[in-house]
Design a protein around this ligand. Sequence first.
Ligand code: HAM
Length: 420
Amino acid sequence: MAEQISFEPPRGMRDFYPADMVWRTRVFDAFRAAGEAAGFEPYDACVVESYELLARKAGEEVGEQIYHFNDKSDRHLALRAEMTPTLARMVAQRQGTLAFPIKWTTIAQCFRYERMTKGRKREHYQWNCDIVGEESVLAEVEVLGAACDALRRMGLTNADFRVHVSNRALLSELLAASGIPADLHAQVFLALDKRGKMPDEEIAAMLRDGGVDEAGVKATFAIMDLKTLDEAEQLAGAGSPAVANLRELFRLAELAGFADCLVFDISVIRGLSYYTGIVFECFDTQREFRAIFGGGRYDNLLTTIGGRPTPAVGLGFGDVVVGELLRSLGLADSTARPDLVCIGYLQPEQRAAATRLAARLRAEGRAVDLRLRAQKAKAFFAHAGERGTHAVYLGPDDLARGTARLKDLATREETEIPLA
Ligand code: HAM
């Protein structure tokens, strides 16, 4: 006998049975519709990348989570952990011919060897919307507006989520004003991103290890306690470009109709080191779940991989957390059942007529589930009630008459249709 293998998928990977596809389709449909409504063009790429493109500087968590392997020709390859390096590579490859700014969107399956917690899997789908080649903060507003639109299309309201917004350039200004030299800021960002995930004492130790002196550590924590943009402005000084940038973002979001969804939050840092300006993370208002989506401005990534300097901004919005949130709010079920005609028959003698009818209805553009075997009426209608919106059940009398009855399962109304 064959050795029994596990029927479970590998740890952290998911199967999607038809019942699971209900919420997933709802989420993906909202992603696609919101991307399209905001004028983003779809793109795609292979899940496998060269490891070299994805490898990270020390300190970035995602660098340690990459699934990588050598192929039979000894190429060092990896499964993408996020789409952004691939997007940067694709843009760099056609930098001379693309008409900037470009607005691109995709739903990409990503792999990270994560410690498994609520909201974190080792594989997830991530909706990305990026605008490459635009310096103006209207790019951030367009990306954020699309994300808020997707949440609303899933059935969520403004009361259910908040997008927390900050600016790494502002944090840099504040750190510099507190005497922390610019070359330490990248380390400080990575340490501060761990806040909430580890005790402040350990973060302070990370800062000291990174070369921040005692006064600097104290100042850093004081900055993290700032509550409003006005407070931040007082510390940064009037005329701070980073504050002006944030104020413009809030002003444009007001005009775009989603300013209510935004809050200033200095503690949003982001765990990826390529961000250079505005950064954001969306959370459920109860703060029960991990981040629903995150993103920001990354003006230097193109040059880091050898492309020409090109400003960029974008977001990644995973399916896992929002799926959990929708289920917790009772919004995961589909409301509309797509049109489907189930065709069944009592005896093998009616099978040919059923097959012909199915072909005809499909040619007319209807979706048809043709039963593969003859069934008793009770069993057929039980199935049709589960799956379909309409049913046709053929017996010898229908063939003799040359007509069938198409039944609307919701209204119970019947329409005679010819079999010929
Ligand atoms: P990220 O914050 O690493 O950003 O991921 C973005 C989103 O993907 C998260 O907010 C979460 O919804 C989802 N996500 C990430 N890791 C997992 C996981 N292990 N399990 C489930 N969901 C996960 C990025 O990846 C950036 N590349 C986003 C971006 C695009 N920035 C600019 N453009």
